[in-house]
Write a protein that binds this ligand. Structure first.
Ligand SMILES: Nc1ncnc2c1ncn2[C@@H]1O[C@H](COP(=O)(O)OP(=O)(O)OP(=O)(O)O)[C@@H](O)[C@H]1O
Ligand SMILES: [Mg+2]
Length: 966
């Protein structure tokens, strides 16, 4: 009834008191009052009212309460163990109220019926029943003086609202109360049971007529009768809990419904003390789960829901509501029987989230809450680069820090984020970008800000630290109880023996998330380590895992595998995918393509300079290379040869410098490198000075120089990210910048962590005058957002495709305003082409990106492979194109139709990609579909390529999100 009266003005004629009443009460009163000040009128949610503590009984200690609750839970547990938990439980002390049926588990979509049935009624019953058992009736009310000798039937109880008597036209009710009418007297009590008004000498006849809506004066107070209270509700004290108004004439559950019928009016904001007192009372979602504010951009979220077996009917389209816990979950995690409350993502964030991010947050929430795999709280979010893994995590942290499904209690107090050094401040920045500086207090660890500061202060809830610092501060970190652990770029934990992994494993935090854009997929043992880190023990012991999964899968993929072995391996792989797929999520770049500008990727085959060719020949004829090819040298000798050839491709002066360095070394005479470098110095001009290097000496440097010039000329407002794996090479590129007067900035391994974000921000700023960002891919290849640049030039190639893919993903990301141009420079016919071929065929074979830390040191080469590596193809325009078996004559081939071939970038485990119809590795096939043409082709439409063609033997080009003008 309270709600019905809630917001209207009342005009009432009230009773005429008898002559013995005080004069102010004796008048006939015309009341016209607003009723907004009484708590019952204000809040709507009676649970927010001050709790009544019976003066007749000392308040039970928290322990008593817990003991009581525990015994209740035990009852429930027994019932659950007997598989009875779907049957209604009539014992009011048990937690039967909180056992939703299947419908409940549909989760995200709670229709009205559902809300009524499970959220409101059940939750409130909990509260009612528990209060019933904890508090006894306030004796001074039921047996107050002068009332004892009269039978209860003569006593009547009413719920009322009251205010001081006044002649003001618009009055406000000041509070809820309980009116006790006995014989000819009234007593008015407030909700703490205190007498606040008395009156005697009324006519019995009039007293009998008191009814709902009636207003009257008593003891200097005006009151309005809201409803009748049953003796039971009065004796139990319940009427004092709920403002009297909802108890008497409504059954408890009805009352509950009423009290919850508008649960979104205000958000519970209780102080910690109040929180304790009202632990069963904060049962409203923090945000409106039904608010129609935003529109989902596309179908993918609905698709996900359907895939998860959830109903999409009546789905509130504009709010993001997390799955409600099912009965099992409640049984495991809701030991205190708190009412179940919707967890709703902050609409402020939802407004910005992409559909795949909403999906991702839902996924992460369900994982860390242990809803996807019973009792396991780990997840791997392996979205490709730039999909906003950071925002998804921030949304999760913010949600869990403020909300929870049980009584709304937050799930997470402290979060630990471990990330590569260059991203520590990026995380902080992202927190500020999405949540501002007030909502969450972030602490970042660096030289000047130690972990101790975080541990001593209750102020911060999120600690962001680099992997390196984590090792140094492990002891202090272990002293903090973190509820959520996020390992960014977490593929580095693939090795269980490295210190970082053991350190992180040693933390007791159960909810663990690994973020990675380049997950380990090809090495099953490393895969195990990552899985075992987030969900310890889920795959059993390592030895069991090897027997059950690893061995059969590996055997099945060998060419000699029997049909039976192949089948078994595929089944095991499928099983492993199925199990781990519950807590691994990977989406590819395609999901955000529509939000990004066009991307023009180019592989540019640069003709080597004359000096390069002469030196290359000499190196290939060296004793060291010959011995390598005969298998006569130590295992690692070929690596020295490969290293020398790679340096030469970047620039001959690098090779010159390293020979000079070696020669000055005292061990030079016995050095293996002597065999490689012998006679090489004679090939350099006699007066060669590496400091005075020229661009003409390196094919790639010539192309780079022209490329920078044309970008500067055609797009003066655009900037370039220039990436290399080597700092020495970066030195050369830096020198080129200086010579041409290009403003630049640089980030490499030597850059202090504390300065890295500043450098990135400076470059991204539209006010920055920097034209070039020199980036070491090892130091800053992962995670950085360099959207200030719209041209990215990958100057050299890495054995590991993941390293290059990571680096190339720095500019084509959310926030990029210009079409993005990516240039991968390779020296034609050299080892660089071979590495590229290996990269793409390896990708194709595995159907996955590979582990970032794999370098050539880990690669085993057969003699055949070494022969191929150590061959210079001087007459080919492009060896890679020659290998493609392309029917084109090399003249502006527009590529095969993309529809012809399955384009799968699925990086989960599963049936081997070789099963694909294509006999060729997939990526090679994909490359064939790119536009390709020789450098001397007549009609180059791309103005940038047009300008560099002189030094280029061949181009491959692929355009994503093509619009008209590039
Ligand atoms: N919904 C969004 N709307 C606008 N910008 C977004 C959105 N989500 C993310 N971004 C921005 O996109 C950029 C890339 O996000 P983020 O760094 O989280 O990517 P990531 O998935 O971690 O990639 P990586 O694997 O490279 O680290 C950031 O600048 C981020 O602020
Ligand atoms: Mg990232």
């Amino acid at each position: 009834m309270l709600w019905r009266w809630g917001c209207r003005c009342l005009l009432r004629v009230v009773l005429v008191p008898g002559p013995s009443l005080p004069s102010d009460s004796r008048r006939l009163i015309l009341l016209n009052m607003r009723r907004s000040a009484a708590p019952s009128q204000l809040q709507g949610n009676p649970f927010k009212k001050p709790k009544f503590i019976s003066p007749a009984r000392s308040h039970p200690s928290p322990n008593e309460e817990v003991a009581k609750l525990n015994s209740d839970i035990k009852l429930f547990e027994v019932a659950a163990n007997k598989n009875n938990f779907l049957q209604p439980q009539n014992d009011p002390r048990t937690c039967n109220f909180n056992l939703p049926t299947k419908e409940c588990a549909k989760g995200i979509n709670h229709g009205d019926n559902y809300r009524e049935k499970y959220c409101l009624e059940a939750s409130t019953k909990t509260t009612l029943d528990l209060h019933h058992t904890v508090h006894s009736a306030p004796k001074e009310i039921t047996v107050s003086k002068g009332q004892e000798e009269k039978p209860d039937s003569l006593v009547k109880y009413f719920s009322v609202v009251w205010c001081k008597a006044s002649k003001k036209k618009h009055k406000k009710w000041e509070g809820d109360g309980v009116l006790i009418v006995k014989g000819k007297s009234f007593t008015l009590k407030d909700l703490e049971g205190k007498d606040i008004g008395r009156g005697t000498g009324y006519k019995l006849k009039e007293l009998e007529k008191i009814e709902e809506g009636q207003t009257m004066m008593i003891g200097g107070k005006e009151i309005e009768v809201m409803g009748i209270i049953s003796p039971d509700d009065f004796n139990s004290g319940r009427c004092f809990q709920f403002g009297g108004g909802c108890s008497a004439i409504l059954s408890s559950s009805q009352a509950a419904k009423k009290c919850f019928s508008n649960p979104f009016k205000s958000v519970c904001k209780l102080s910690s003390k109040e929180n304790k007192q009202n632990s069963f009372q904060s049962c409203k979602p923090r945000h409106d789960p039904y608010a129609p504010r935003i529109h989902l951009e596309n179908e993918s979220f609905f698709w996900l829901l359907r895939n998860l077996g959830r109903s999409t009917e009546n789905l509130p389209p504009d709010s993001l509501v997390m799955l409600r816990p099912d009965k099992n979950h409640q049984w495991l995690f809701n030991k205190n029987c708190f009412p179940v409350v919707d967890v709703v993502i902050d609409p402020h964030l939802v407004y910005y989230l992409r559909p795949h991010q909403k999906e991702g947050i839902t996924f992460l929430y369900e994982c860390v809450m242990g809803m996807r795999v019973n009792g396991r709280c780990g997840a791997i979010l392996a979205d490709e680069m730039g999909l906003g893994k950071t925002l998804q995590c921030i949304s999760l942290i913010w949600t869990l820090q403020c909300q929870g499904p049980y009584g709304g209690k937050p799930i997470v107090k402290k979060t630990l984020i471990v990330t590569p050094g260059s991203l520590v401040n990026n995380w902080k920045k992202e927190f500020q970008k999405w949540l501002g500086i007030e909502r969450i207090k972030i602490f970042t660890v660096d030289q000047d800000h130690k972990v101790e500061e975080f541990t001593k202060s209750p102020f911060y809830s999120v600690l962001i630290i680099s992997y390196e610092m984590l090792l140094r501060s492990l002891d202090q970190i272990k002293n903090v109880k973190f509820d959520l652990l996020i390992c960014d770029e977490g593929h580095r934990l693939k090795n269980s023996t490295i210190k970082t992994t053991t350190a992180l494993i040693s933390l007791s935090c159960e909810k663990r998330i690994i973020l990675t854009g380049t997950p380990v997929q090809n090495d099953l043992q490393e895969f195990f380590t990552l899985i075992d880190f987030v969900n310890p023990g889920i795959l059993g012991s390592l030895s069991a895992y090897r027997k059950i999964y690893e061995e059969p899968i590996i055997i099945s993929r060998q060419p000699s595998a029997s049909e039976e072995e192949r089948e078994l391996g595929e089944q095991r792989a499928a099983e492993l995918t199925c199990l781990t797929g519950l807590f691994i999520l990977r989406r590819t770049q395609e999901v955000i393509n529509q939000y990004l500008p066009p991307k023009i990727e180019n592989v540019v085959f640069c003709r080597p300079g004359a000096l390069q060719i002469a030196l290359y020949r000499k190196l290939l004829n060296s004793q060291a290379v010959r011995f390598c090819l005969q298998g006569l040298l130590e295992n690692t000798s070929h690596l020295i040869c490969i290293g020398a050839l790679k340096k030469l491709c970047n620039h001959p002066c690098l090779l010159f410098g390293s020979i000079k360095e070696k020669e000055s070394n005292s061990t030079w005479d016995e050095s293996e490198e002597r065999n490689l470098y012998e006679g090489l110095m004679n090939v350099f001009p006699a007066d060669y000075n590496p400091i005075m290097f020229t661009e003409e000496e390196s094919g790639k440097l010539q192309v780079l120089s022209k490329l920078l010039a044309v970008i500067r000329e055609l797009r003066p407002a655009e900037k370039v990210v220039l990436v290399s794996n080597y700092t020495r090479t970066l030195d050369i590129l830096q020198e080129v910048c200086k010579r041409h007067g290009y403003a630049y900035t640089r980030l490499d391994g030597q850059t202090p962590i504390s300065q890295r974000q500043q450098i990135v921000d400076g470059f991204n700023s539209k006010y920055s005058s920097d034209f070039i960002f020199l980036l070491s891919s090892k130091a800053g290849g992962v995670g950085l957002n360099l959207i200030g640049g719209s041209h990215l030039i990958l100057y050299d190639i890495d054995w590991n495709p993941a390293t290059d893919i990571q680096a190339m993903s720095r500019v084509w990301r959310d926030g990029q305003k210009h079409p993005v141009h990516i240039y991968r420079l390779l020296t034609t016919g050299t080892i660089e082409e071979k590495i590229y071929q290996r990269q793409i065929s390896k990708q194709g074979l595995s159907g996955a990106v590979v582990d970032l830390s794999k370098t050539s040191d880990h690669i085993q080469f057969s003699v055949e492979e070494l022969k191929n590596l150590f061959t210079l193809h001087e007459s080919s325009h492009c060896v890679t194109h020659d290998l493609l078996d392309c029917e084109c004559t090399g003249e502006n081939h527009t590529g095969d139709s993309l529809e012809k071939l399955p384009v799968s970038r699925n990086c989960q485990l599963g049936p081997h990609q070789q099963k694909s119809d294509s006999l060729k590795p997939l990526s090679m096939s994909q490359l064939k579909q790119w536009r390709h043409f020789p450098g001397d082709h007549l009609n180059l439409t791309d103005p940038f390529l047009e300008r560099i063609r002189e030094n280029v033997s061949f181009f491959f080009q692929n355009i994503t999100n093509q619009t008209t003008a590039i």
